[in-house]
Design a protein around this ligand. Structure first.
Ligand code: AHR
Length: 652
């Protein structure tokens, strides 16, 4: 095949390959956000989710969630324990964590809680970290000596590593004690921040050098009803004052009789912006456009002037009725101010107060997730107009529904084009074959309309929505084949992200997912390594490729694309051989001069298309490096059976 090095085409967006984060599959609480205590503030209804009384409550006279004289207006519920007079054995309460707590031997875990002593003679509590068999991993006695609500702290250092630990709070003495905001937080967080993120997971993200981070979803942006939508203003400020909200994905849980999936918002919008900065990605928040999930209630915010919004620490008004569209628009305008505004602005001041005086330099926002139909367009239009009027340089990502095919999509695209939308967000989940067959999808797109953000896509090994879907090599190699088409059409496709990003092996609703983890360990699926190879080798300009005998790209399951990496002076060729036979290729790097005599190959290959990675074999299928010879401006290379190969040749 021929790569026309002397005829560089469109520029590749420097943020082309990014990340889609949604709190699905325990991606936030129980995942990236490493708080170990579930329902730490007893604010989830019923308030004992995650908690149980020690010994079945035998030594407790009562344990109940109450709400008189709580620690603050936004954290009204707490737990009251009353121990039995003359009881023997342990009296107290135990937290199960998020399918257990992952703790590491010798590491420090910050324990904190609020307590208020009532009648009786309770002198203190003992915090005990226990393993599954009840073995003590760490313990700390804590004296309760103050009056009224007091904060108590200690550090637990487990003597062994354990994946499914629990935290017990054992009451010493007889009487009544109130407890709230019980937290056990690892000291080892990203950048050692007190409310920081899980290090192994952030590292996997950073290693991809992602161009952007889209957050917070996904369907959770919308909620099943409007009152359950994601409201960013409720997720900033003091962590203890952030009120939990039922997760849109709670109902998808088949594993548990009591649904227990809530968003604590410990990972809130400030933390998302900070994460974006930490991993070098442009933040891309997606905002509710005034519509609940159309797969659920499909509730619509009335058009027009604001009347009210949900009450909360940052809500501008009291809760007096249904929110109208203006509330949603105002949220977007305030978000830009929160991210970029000076300390003298009301929302900029909140960012500064949280410890980030410099702006986050927000450049893009998404209006609506996966919404469709005329209801979307009529809301999108005034929304986008208001954002552009106040912030003309902010780029807007618009939505195109769940499947970017068919009449509705075509109509929406046409209208979005007329409205001069900058990006249209397309989503596709389909069988691996679909991805291979549609690698030419964007070859046919108009070059003049809005750019495409392939905001969610993944090959599904069995069927869309099937719990049997696996992250097989068949899925990943098919995505790699499809992505040659994204790369080739860099003048149309400006951004792309695989979805969903994370899944907890013990608590998921959706498969496949890019990165899997348990309470201690994590691994990237083959799809993760495909994404990473593209991101690390995205180059700066598309180079035209002519396939052998002038055939169409993808003929005989051979897919190719190429880019110039101008700052490095390199030519990068990506090839997918979806065939059980090795395939020799001869590549003419037309017009290239002074190339190095040796190139570097990164290869993912497995004859078995069902190959997967796992916690036990995290890198069973990951890129392998080798070198190859370059003769003048040509090279011969044999592609392995079922392989994705990235060849990089340096100019001298
Ligand atoms: O990625 C999972 C879900 O798929 C997202 O929440 C939604 O946008 C899409 O339907």
């Amino acid at each position: 095949l021929t790569v026309q090095v002397n005829k560089p085409g469109a520029a590749v967006n420097k943020n082309m390959y990014g990340l889609f984060f949604e709190d699905i599959n325990f991606a936030a609480d129980g995942g990236l956000y490493p708080e170990l205590v579930k329902n730490k503030s007893f604010e989830i209804n019923p308030g004992l989710i995650g908690w149980k009384a020690l010994g079945g409550g035998f030594n407790l006279d009562a344990y109940a969630v109450r709400n008189e004289q709580g620690i603050s207006q936004n954290n009204t519920h707490y737990l009251r324990l009353t121990t039995r007079n003359g009881g023997t054995g342990e009296a107290g309460i135990e937290n199960e964590g998020f399918r257990g707590m992952g703790v590491k031997a010798g590491e420090g875990y910050n324990l904190s809680f609020y307590a208020r002593r009532g009648a009786g003679s309770i002198a203190g509590l003992t915090a005990v970290l226990v393993g599954e068999k009840g073995e003590v991993l760490a313990q700390a006695p804590i004296m309760l000596n103050g009056e009224g609500w007091q904060k108590y702290t200690s550090v637990l250092k487990p003597n062994a590593t354990h994946n499914k630990a629990h935290l017990k709070l054992v009451v010493n003495g007889q009487g009544t004690v109130d407890l709230d905001v019980v937290s056990l937080f690892p000291q080892d967080t990203w950048n050692k921040r007190p409310n920081g993120l899980r290090t192994d997971l952030v590292q996997l993200l950073k290693d991809m050098k992602p161009g952007f981070l889209r957050f917070p979803g996904g369907c959770i942006v919308e909620g099943r009803t409007l009152s359950e939508r994601y409201q960013w203003k409720e997720t900033i400020g003091d962590v203890a004052s952030r009120q939990p909200l039922i997760n849109r994905w709670n109902m998808e849980f088949k594993h548990r009789s009591t649904p227990d999936y809530y968003q604590s918002f410990g990972l809130g919008f400030f933390e998302y912006f900070q994460l974006s900065e930490d991993i070098g990605a442009e933040p891309l928040p997606i905002l509710n456009v005034g519509m609940a999930c159309q797969f659920n209630s499909g509730e619509l915010a009335p058009m027009g002037t604001a009347s009210a919004t949900k009450g909360g620490p940052n809500a501008p008004t009291a809760n007096t009725g249904d929110p109208s569209l203006d509330i949603f628009i105002q949220d977007a305008l305030d978000l830009v101010e929160f991210a970029n505004g000076p300390a003298s602005s009301p929302w900029g001041a909140k960012r500064v107060a949280m410890g980030h005086p410099a702006p986050f330099n927000l450049k893009m926002i998404g209006i609506g997730n996966e919404q469709w139909g005329p209801q979307y367009l009529e809301r999108y239009e005034p929304f986008a107009k208001a954002v552009k009027a106040k912030y003309p340089t902010i780029q807007i990502v618009s939505s195109a529904g769940p499947s970017p095919d068919g009449e509705l999509f075509d109509k929406a695209s046409k209208r979005l084009g007329e409205l001069k939308a900058e990006y249209v967000d397309e989503h596709y989940y389909a069988l691996p074959q679909w991805f291979r067959e549609h690698a030419d999808r964007y070859d046919k797109y108009a070059r003049t309309g809005p750019k495409i953000f392939a905001g969610e896509y993944a090959a599904q090994s069995v069927a869309i929505g099937s719990p049997e879907n696996k992250n097989t090599w068949d899925c990943a190699i098919s995505e790699a084949a499809f992505m040659t088409g994204l790369e080739r059409n860099a003048d149309v496709v400006g951004m792309a992200s695989y979805a969903p990003l994370f899944a907890n092996v013990d608590a998921w609703q959706w498969t496949p997912d890019m990165i899997w983890f348990d309470n201690l360990n994590s691994y990237g699926s083959p799809s993760y390594y495909v994404q990473k190879l593209y991101a690390l080798n995205k180059g700066t300009k598309v180079l035209p490729v002519t396939m052998p005998d002038g055939a169409k790209n993808g003929t005989d399951n051979l897919f190719a694309s190429a880019v110039a990496d101008e700052p490095a002076g390199d030519v990068v060729v990506k090839l997918v051989n979806y065939s059980s036979s090795p395939r020799p290729v001869s590549i003419n790097l037309a017009g290239a001069k002074g190339l190095a005599k040796t190139g570097r190959a990164q290869v993912m290959a497995s004859a078995d298309l069902q190959t997967q990675n796992s916690l036990a074999e995290p890198k069973k299928l990951a890129p392998q490096e080798s070198t190859f010879a370059v003769k003048g401006s040509t090279l011969s290379y044999t592609l392995a059976p079922n392989s994705f190969t990235v060849l990089r040749v340096a100019g001298k």
